[in-house]
Ligand binder design. Structure first.
Ligand code: CTP
Length: 408
């Protein structure tokens, strides 16, 4: 139930807006008070009078005409609403509204209240649009920006779309949105991670050849950042040591930027003694050029050979020197059929858990937003997870780590 909860419902202009009067009715029936913030385009799809009637409050759209609604303090109403709300649901969220929220624009009541909402209050975003639009890099980038800020994104459902085509893009049914909202508003069961300290390594490392060139890999850092974000949400103190990536720091996470494997080890080492958990999600270069050249290597007619030497293994350094009670978790990226290699890494690096993922260059591995993990435990337990967004995969990995922490 949502008894006594104050909900801001943002509605943007897509065909799925026709479902929102029903959503408002269900929210009210669950005991919530609902303030509708509709964009002008939303009101092309659903009537203001309908929304005002079912919500029992005037619909707010424009910033400057938001008076005349019987509000005492119309000029600061966006601030009052930001304080008043227990949660902000935006359904449907169009590509345009996503872009405006990701950019921090605030030219209507919906986008303005998104900025005044008090920190920590859940934001639930239900994108709905044509499947090709949803898959476009711009929409996916904006979704990642909002997810990194802590917004919860409800994946659109598959089915027939307004275009007549079939595909991903439909807004989830109002019942599912309410169920998700209830979960977000429920006081979370206390996680065993609460108050624990952890180190997460993420991203690639760069190993210098000379002052302008390096060896590296395609890691985007998304998996490590998703893990750090999830653990911080569960109350852990997270030290995120990352190679060069183009990602925002998740809320509540302490981030340390490094370049090389050696720097990553030195940045993580001070936290070794006092951490409860180390998760190695970085794609650390196993080798580095033996002697990086000062300045720039100049070409000549001869072939060139570069001698590479082994880098320290950061995860193994931690795992093999840790104190009783500290957990070590790693990743093993292999090509198909490589589960035995993953098992070997679990044993050789003395890990408690290894997340095996298959590199296929499309759905799993580097630079993509999804991952299919198989979790191998030291106790022989194997959990095969389906293909999930990296955020969801991170949540499942942390779910699997929690009982291990509890046992200690
Ligand atoms: N790792 C690390 N330091 C290294 C190398 C790897 O901390 N120098 C960590 C990674 O963060 C990851 C795991 O170890 O958790 C991966 O192990 P690794 O044996 O390096 O895997 P691959 O690089 O895939 O090894 P290989 O190329 O031998 O398959």
């Amino acid at each position: 139930m949502l008894t006594g909860k104050n909900i801001l419902l943002g509605i943007s202009g897509g065909i799925a807006a026709y479902k929102t009067p029903h959503l408002v009715r269900l929210l009210k029936k669950s005991g919530a008070d609902v303030q509708v913030l509709a964009t002008e385009s939303a009101l092309q799809f659903v009537s203001e009078l309908t929304l005002a009637t079912v919500s029992g409050r005037p619909v707010l759209t424009d910033i400057f005409t938001a008076d005349g609604n019987g509000h005492d303090n119309a000029r600061t109403m966006h601030i009052t609403l930001g304080e008043w709300a227990d949660a902000f649901v935006i359904a449907p969220t169009t590509a345009n509204t996503l872009a405006r929220l990701a950019a921090g624009l605030c030219d209507d009541m919906l986008s303005l209240c998104f900025l005044t909402l008090r920190p920590g209050k859940p934001v639930l975003i239900a994108p709905a649009m044509d499947g090709h639009m949803y898959d476009s890099p711009s929409v996916q980038r904006n979704l990642s920006v909002l997810a990194a800020q802590g917004c919860r994104i409800m994946e659109p459902e598959s089915g027939s779309l307004a275009s007549g085509q079939c595909g991903l893009g439909r807004m989830p049914e109002p019942e599912s949105i309410i169920e998700k909202l209830m979960q977000l508003l429920e006081p979370p069961a206390e996680s065993p991670l609460k108050g624990r300290t952890m180190i997460v390594t993420a991203g690639p490392t760069r190993e210098k050849l000379d002052d302008v060139r390096f060896l590296s890999n395609y890691s985007s850092g998304k998996m490590g950042f998703a893990i750090a974000a999830d653990a911080a949400r569960r109350g852990a103190n997270v030290h995120l040591v990352t190679g060069p990536v183009n990602l925002q720091t998740p809320p509540g996470v302490e981030r340390i930027d490094v370049e090389s494997a050696a720097e990553m080890l030195e940045a993580a080492r001070p936290f070794f003694d006092n951490c409860d958990l180390f998760i190695g999600a970085a794609a650390v270069a196993d080798y580095r050029p033996e002697t990086p050249v000062e300045g720039k290597i100049k070409k000549n007619d001869a072939e060139m050979e570069i001698r590479l030497v082994r880098n320290p293994d950061i995860l193994a350094t931690f795992a093999t020197s840790r104190k009783l009670g500290q957990l070590a978790v790693g990743f093993a990226l292999e090509t198909a059929g490589g589960i035995d290699y993953a098992r070997k890494k679990l044993v050789e690096k003395q890990l408690d858990l290894v997340a095996f993922n298959v590199y296929d260059g499309r759905t799993s591995g580097f630079e993509v937003d999804t991952n299919a993990l198989t979790l191998l435990g030291r106790d022989g337990n194997i959990t095969e997870l389906p293909l999930l967004s990296k955020e969801k995969a991170a949540g499942k990995l942390i779910d699997a780590i929690e009982p291990l922490l509890q046992r200690r």
